[in-house]
Design a binder for this molecule. Structure first.
Ligand code: CA
Length: 519
């Protein structure tokens, strides 16, 4: 039976979203349908994203929103096509741009700088108090939403809740071997060693696999933080750096190669693919991974695994302290990212004020709850100030997201997501893992979501793909022992330099400096 800890939900919601903190009692959200004359309008909208999500005029959520705001929407994107990017580009090229356009923020911004969309700053200041309040409380999002020309053209969808990945280990195996939870990188290494050597699955074969990763392209990248190295781009005292391009990467890769040689890392780490968890946990041979919290925790609920290993417990553990003694989780979920969805107002829109007010509706408590949790009474009920999915929704046997999609909820429109919903649909393992990572403050600051100018983009487009491939291939080669690390490290750095890594970092730096200048 699921028992929700309201205290936890409230605590996490509060930590993640001070603006909408549960139980805050603030009545800052303006009533959507306030008294006085209201102009009812119908607006056209282009919405076609993720190759599957297409605006449907029949969605009930948007009918409720229309009753509240006087703004009804009519979709213009074809339901037949499946290539969202192509459909967006065709629509923009046709010049027949509907009143509202929904797509990735970076694409909207590109066309906005050519005049296709309205700057929203004044409209927000005058007519969208909830959006204004949100942006004022979140300088990171305001910076992200601001285009290189200093204006905001699109309202982005913002993820709430910054826990993304966590460390998992077979707790029942540790128990069987008489080992505690590994607290340091040295203890973690020793635990992996004991598990691959000690036959904890008890079948008499040395078939246990130590650290594995279903993201083959990342290979051993998730292990880097154990050696004090960021997996990707990071900010160090105002300077943009890249983990695989710092001096500490040498030692990290030397050690990782040793781990691999000692059999502590999946032999097929860079090839096994995205079914690695299903295969290795399902066969009762996988010992540990670093992966998405909710989906990985859900393996504890799988009856077919319990049947094979009745004591199976894939427990969330704190990140083992790195070689410098620091306990940190590098994978913090960014609230917005390069491919964030957003919506914008066409320069041809005859009702910009009604449109921005409509955008603002989704930042009111009612609008936000509806888009995140579905329809009150059908999908969720209020428990005090907290929207809670109804038990029949959580236990329907269908995914909550699929049920919401039927009525047009759960979309990534311009608004703030709600982590409380994600928490409610997690099992106890994952939920307590989130609590641990949030409360103990393990999470590193997420890398800021940067907007690049055309010039910076040109550098990245010309340089990054080849560099990324080179970094990945070299890491795989070093991990697998196909090439010694020490003897090749300097050559590796100079090759990266020759491939334009310094130019890539300079492009990031100028984007970051601009981002930090937005007030
Ligand atoms: Ca075994």
């Amino acid at each position: 039976m699921r028992v929700f800890s309201l205290g936890l939900l409230a605590a996490i919601a509060f930590a993640a979203a001070p603006v909408f903190g549960a139980g805050s009692g603030e009545s800052a959200n303006q009533a959507p349908a306030s008294a006085g004359a209201r102009k009812d309008v119908q607006l056209t909208i282009h919405m076609h994203y993720w190759n599957t999500k297409v605006f449907d005029d029949n969605w009930e959520v948007f009918k409720i929103a229309a009753a509240d705001t006087g703004v009804s929407l009519k979709g213009t994107a074809p339901k037949t096509g499946s290539d969202s990017k192509q459909i967006f580009n065709l629509m923009m090229a046709s010049g027949e741009i509907p009143d509202i356009v929904h797509f990735m923020k970076r694409d909207l911004e590109k066309y906005a700088l050519e005049g296709a969309f309205l700057p929203l700053n004044d409209l927000i200041d005058k007519h969208a108090p909830n959006i204004k309040k949100f942006l004022d409380s979140r300088p990171d999002i305001k910076r992200y939403a601001t285009a290189p020309d200093g204006k905001i053209y699109a309202i982005p969808f913002v993820y709430e809740g910054n826990v993304e990945k966590a460390w998992f280990i077979r707790k029942d195996w540790l128990d069987k071997l008489g080992l505690g939870i590994p607290k340091t990188v040295a203890e973690y290494r020793a635990a992996l060693k004991a598990m691959v050597a000690g036959d904890p699955n008890g079948n008499g074969k040395a078939d246990e696999v130590g650290f594995f990763n279903r993201q083959s392209s990342a290979g051993t990248r998730d292990l880097l933080p154990l050696f004090g190295v960021y997996p990707m781009f990071f900010v160090d005292a105002g300077k943009i750096k890249y983990g695989a391009y710092v001096p500490g990467y040498r030692r990290a890769m030397v050690e990782i190669a040793e781990w691999y040689k000692d059999g502590l890392i999946d032999r097929e780490i860079s090839t096994r693919g995205n079914k690695a968890r299903e295969i290795l946990l399902g066969d009762d041979i996988g010992a540990s991974t670093h992966d998405w919290l909710a989906s990985t925790g859900s393996f504890n609920d799988k009856p077919e695994i319990k049947q094979k290993a009745p004591k199976f417990e894939f427990a969330v553990i704190p990140p083992p302290a790195d070689i410098n003694g620091k306990v940190w989780e590098a994978a913090a979920r960014a609230p917005v990212k390069d491919e964030t969805n957003a919506w914008a107002i066409s320069a041809k829109n005859k009702n910009p004020i009604e449109t921005i007010k409509y955008f603002d509706y989704w930042f009111t408590e009612k609008g936000r709850n509806m888009m995140n949790f579905g329809i009150l009474g059908t999908h969720y009920e209020m428990s005090g100030d907290i929207p809670m999915y109804k038990q029949e929704i959580l236990r329907s046997g269908k995914k909550v997201g699929d049920l919401l999609a039927e009525v047009g909820a759960g979309l990534e429109i311009g608004m703030l997501g709600d982590y409380r919903g994600e928490l409610q649909s997690m099992n106890e393992f994952s939920r307590s893992g989130v609590e641990m990572y949030v409360k103990k403050g393990f999470l590193a600051e997420a890398f800021p979501p940067l907007s690049f100018t055309a010039e910076e983009k040109k550098v990245l487009d010309a340089r990054w793909t080849a560099l990324d491939t080179f970094i990945r291939e070299t890491r795989d080669k070093w991990t697998l022992g196909a090439e010694p690390v020490e003897a090749n490290f300097d050559k590796y750095l100079s090759q990266m330099r020759a491939m334009g890594m310094d130019e890539v970092l300079a492009a990031y730096q100028s984007a970051y400096d601009r981002y930090m200048r937005v007030k």
